[in-house]
Write a new protein. Structure first.
Length: 94
């Protein structure tokens, strides 16, 4: 599934060009780094229309990696733009 179909899950859409995001996903699949599993814990309200949570990503080539991320309610819960950038950076550096 293309990142273009996932843009509504992130505040403001996918934080990198769709072509780059799709290319990175294909590279990860070719390296055997997928699928990833995400475990969400410690969900806490953090203001009107916002919540934070600990998201732990793990996969075939990724040891469990926790990140503290923020979600916003914009007619449905979405990962905040800043948290999406944090997650992309964390996963790309591994």
């Amino acid at each position: 599934m293309s990142f273009a179909q996932k843009g509504d899950l992130i505040e403001g859409g996918i934080p990198v060009p769709i072509g780059i995001a799709d290319h990175e996903l294909q590279k990860a699949a070719q390296k055997g780094s997928l699928p990833l599993t995400f475990n969400i814990t410690n969900i806490v309200p953090s203001g009107p229309g916002a919540a934070t949570a600990t998201i732990t990503a793990s996969g075939p080539r990724l040891a469990p990696t926790p990140e503290y991320l923020r979600f916003v309610d914009q007619g449905g819960w979405k990962l905040s733009h800043d948290s999406a950038m944090t997650l992309v950076s964390a996963l790309r550096s591994r």
